[in-house]
Design a binder for this molecule. Structure first.
Ligand code: AGP
Length: 605
């Protein structure tokens, strides 16, 4: 999704800005651009192709400057055409880049038109550009501070003005922005990752902050217009670019990294201890009587899986909600409910807004399960549990999902233990099973050749059904999401028992029905559902545990999974679905790591 990089230096800064955009590319974008102050004027280059194209342009036109801003845009207001690409100018004096959405842009646009400002783009960003320009009287910092008071919605912005050649001003509300501190130069970015190689010292701006960067100084004012001190943090982990190695795509690499990612996420300790979730967790966990899980997309499905664990292991009532729905509905808050937000990026706008909403309703204890230690969500919650998936580049989430599942299983077992619902023997068994997971996953990954054979057939389909029951219904949902996301095949998932209540009407010989078949308490029920599909000529593709006795037959294609893995089985069963989606997408020739219309980190509502 949209990305920002900005810099004030004493050297030509264009290559740093372009490199920053390159590092943000994996998030998804449809146009990009860079502006610098050159010869006292703002000059820009913009492209509706890739950052590489922008790089070529700036080399050809010899665009150079010591103060600059750059952007990758994921279109919201206005098509991805050059006129809408950022930086956006106001009267050739001011340049701005913007992440987020301004909700009152129509009112502001009318007001600014009345003042004689001409609008060239269809973006809401141009409104901010003209608004700041209209308030400018020699102090960009002051003009931005005043302008932000008129903006409704979410934004992170970086602005420069021709009359202040050594200054970049930034502001944030609802979208992340971080200041990078250098020696005699300073930087701004929507993600610290963009500045790897330029600095490892960062100030994470807070909601409502406005900052001014000059060569030697960074000033920050808070939402009340008062000078604010923000901690400087050393973030060494933002090293070099992630290599693809022997893999064809990052998604494939990330699928195969799961044994390592899971083993890094499993706690070292031989016991489940509340302090794994933060210093105050033992007290907080003792005070709660239920859980409210909020998340989006794949992270929501990990929450749905966790509900089964939390209610069966910890016997604690658990509600799971799609963040974008929860934030806008009337709900009945329970201050004794632990709010759990789950997110790979920790920056998803809907989940952040849902968390804030829950906090505003009086929810006291909050926990984030997240893959990015420095993310907004981790900073906003009382407690946190970090997944150690490592950077996930592919838009389709894989290793982030399975590591979230590990984290949530640990949460369920910890609460189960605190509430006296698991014995010491049970605890030792769970720990042993967790530790054996990486090896079990390796045996599932070894099924890849059989899955490739199936994917040839899937690549010729336009629809698919996914079935699962109980703990594995969210896994069917996740399998369907993976397939549609990267192969563009329409896929739906149902709890297998629901089939006869409607979707069975879709079953013909042309409809592949992917079925997740663990050897659990619902196996016999699932076998009946399988027969319902066979009787209608449907083609079943079943991932069956070795001990299920489901075997190949007419209309019944089976890939044998390892022995049943008990409550942790969903972590194994999702992997062949990831591989099926991946290889089907490869056969169809789609852009696997950057599927159309999607962004890695969804930082707008
Ligand atoms: C998964 O493959 C997705 N691309 C998407 O659903 C993602 O899980 C969702 O946008 C939430 O992201 P987060 O985990 O970073 O909050």
């Amino acid at each position: 999704m949209c990305g920002i990089v900005g810099a004030v230096a004493q050297r030509n800064i264009v290559s740093v800005l372009i490199e920053g955009l390159r590092r943000l590319e994996y998030r998804g974008y449809d146009s990009c651009g860079v502006a610098v102050l050159a010869g006292g004027e703002p000059k820009r280059a913009r492209s509706v192709a890739r950052v590489a194209d922008l790089d070529e342009q700036v080399r050809e036109t010899r665009l150079e400057g010591v103060t600059g801003i750059a952007h990758t845009r994921w279109a919201t207001h206005g098509a991805p055409v050059t006129d809408n690409a950022h930086p956006i100018f106001s009267r050739n004096e001011l340049a701005i880049v913007h992440n987020g959405i301004i909700e009152n842009y129509e009112t502001l646009r009318d007001m600014l038109r009345g003042k004689g400002y001409e609008f060239i783009s269809q973006t809401d960003t141009e409104v901010i550009a003209h608004l700041i320009q209209s308030l400018y009287s020699g102090d960009l910092f002051a003009a931005v501070r005043e302008a932000t008071g008129h903006l409704h919605g979410a934004y992170a912005i970086a602005v420069l003005h021709k009359s202040q050649p050594d200054t970049v001003v930034g502001a944030r509300q609802g979208s992340p922005l971080v200041v990078g501190l250098g020696e005699g130069e300073n930087f701004l970015a929507s993600d610290a990752l963009a500045l790897a190689g330029s600095t490892d010292r960062f100030m994470f701006l807070e909601e409502g902050d406005v900052c001014e960067l000059t060569l030697e100084k960074v000033r920050v004012f808070d939402r009340d217009g008062k000078p604010a001190a923000r901690d400087v943090r050393q973030v060494a982990a933002y090293g070099g670019a992630v290599e693809l190695g022997p893999y064809r795509h990052f998604m494939q690499k990330e699928i195969f990294e799961q044994p390592r990612a899971i083993s890094d996420t499993i706690p070292q300790s031989d016991v489940f201890d509340a302090s794994l979730f933060g210093e105050t967790a033992p007290k907080a966990f003792a005070e709660i009587d239920s859980l409210l899980i909020l998340a989006c997309g794949t992270s929501y499905y990990s929450g749905l899986t966790a509900k089964y664990w939390l209610e069966s292991i910890a016997k604690i009532p658990t509600q799971v909600e799609i963040a974008s729905e929860y934030r806008y509905r009337d709900s009945v808050p329970n201050p004794k409910s632990l709010v759990v937000v789950i997110s790979q990026s920790g920056e998803t706008a809907d989940t952040i807004a849902a968390l804030k909403h829950a906090q505003s309703l009086g929810h006291k204890h909050t926990l984030s399960v997240c893959n990015v230690a420095t993310s907004a969500m981790v900073r906003m919650t009382e407690l946190s549990f970090l997944t150690h998936a490592g950077r996930e580049i592919g838009v389709a989430s894989t290793k982030a999902f399975t590591t979230q599942l590990v984290a949530l299983f640990v949460l369920a077992a910890t609460l189960g233990k605190m509430r006296g619902n698991i014995s010491a023997k049970q605890e030792a068994d769970y720990i042993r099973q967790l530790r054996h997971l990486p090896a079990a996953l390796n045996s599932v990954l070894a099924l890849e050749p059989q899955i490739i054979a199936w994917s040839e057939e899937f690549s010729r389909k336009e629809n698919a059904l996914f079935l699962g029951r109980g703990l594995h219904y969210p896994i069917a949902l996740e399998g369907a999401l993976k397939l549609k996301e990267i192969s563009y095949i329409h896929a739906e998932a149902y709890p297998a028992g629901e089939l006869k209540h409607g979707p069975l009407a879709l079953v013909t010989e042309a409809m592949p029905v992917v079925t997740v078949a663990p050897n659990d308490a619902l196996l016999e029920k699932l076998k009946s559902n399988i027969q319902e599909v066979r009787a209608r000529g449907g083609q079943l593709y079943v991932f069956a545990d070795a001990d299920t006795k489901i075997v190949n037959d007419e209309g019944l294609h089976v890939i044998r999974m390892p022995e049943h893995y008990g409550l942790l089985s969903p972590i194994l069963h999702v992997v062949p679905l990831q591989l099926l989606a991946y290889h089907t997408a490869c056969s169809r020739g789609t852009d696997v790591d950057k599927p159309r219309n999607l962004a890695k980190s969804v930082t707008v509502e």
